[in-house]
Design a binder for this molecule. Sequence first.
Ligand SMILES: NC(=O)c1ccc[n+]([C@@H]2O[C@H](COP(=O)([O-])OP(=O)(O)OC[C@H]3O[C@@H](n4cnc5c(N)ncnc54)[C@H](OP(=O)(O)O)[C@@H]3O)[C@@H](O)[C@H]2O)c1
Length: 325
Amino acid sequence: MIKIGFLMKAVVYRKYGGPEVLEFTELPKPQPKENEILVKIIATTVTTADLRMRKADPFMVKFLMGFPNPKKQVLGTEFSGIVEAVGSGVTRFKVNDRVYGPVGFKPGTYLEYRCFSQDSPLSLIPENVSFEEAAAIPFGGMSSLYFLKKGNVGKGTRLLIYGASGCLGTAAIQLAVNMGADVTAVCSGKNEELVKSLGAKAVIDYTKDSLKFYPGVFDVVYDTIGKSPFDESIKALKKGGIYLRAVHMSPGVIFRGIRAGLTSGRKVIGGTASELPEYIDHLSELAAGGKYKAVIDKIYPLSEIREAHKYVDSGHKRGNVVIKI
Ligand SMILES: NC(=O)c1ccc[n+]([C@@H]2O[C@H](COP(=O)([O-])OP(=O)(O)OC[C@H]3O[C@@H](n4cnc5c(N)ncnc54)[C@H](OP(=O)(O)O)[C@@H]3O)[C@@H](O)[C@H]2O)c1
């Protein structure tokens, strides 16, 4: 039987659906094994990955989370917190360290405590970064770092970022500017000031303008939200250019990508971003040097997790939505 003192607050979901499937409960507080640290979670976020897992969209999410209802019942893909205890074999971290990181294919940060292997891609939070900011760094930062590297973005690259005001987009602008790229951001007029403040040199307002007016202009087009028109994006590239797509590609899009590669001399790259330890270290270094800051749209307490999910469901958040545990 579980003793009351060893329970922690958590949010679970027992069926796929809208924000209303999120329920408050109590779960046993975990204990760290030899190679693990126990983290008291201070902040987490609501990412588009949480929405996909909550809704089982696309359907193959069920292979990760469970059939016919979720077996893994806690959402949350990134976190920040304080190390509360360490296993006997832990050398990398100590009690009271401020840490943050992604959780990869093991979601579950909508709770008060979680154990992590000391070998996970975790990093110490730089002194100048708050818990709220740190929690919002890994998902957007690591995903966009992965794709920008795939696109060989570097000094002088003419880069178009589609969905520039979102989580991956706001991360991508800052990373690309640090890499020396010349960034054009696609967003709506209301986010023009934001993307320029992050370093975008030019802005295309998707509500008024179209990529068809920019033929052969860019070395790389990076679509962070899966809404860029395929043919116009290919045509907006110079010969030899690369079209990066962070969003799940349907068989039809994969086919068009292969055809574009064979007939137009432009390459289409998609897939799933890796969360490599060197990525989080790189982001920490940039954040410590004031060269990277997670954009935070809203902060909700855990008690308002359903409202937070509803807001992110709108598809119009700016940067990140943070949850304080
Ligand atoms: N492949 C991978 O490994 C990987 C990793 C991470 C994420 N992802 C995927 O990446 C996707 C994007 O994630 P995200 O978190 O960055 O999204 P997000 O933050 O929810 O994006 C919201 C932003 O998109 C903008 N937007 C909406 N419609 C637009 C349009 N037609 N044109 C341009 N901008 C538009 C909105 O601006 P307005 O309000 O102005 O419309 C808003 O600021 C998700 O589908 C996720 O599954 C993939």
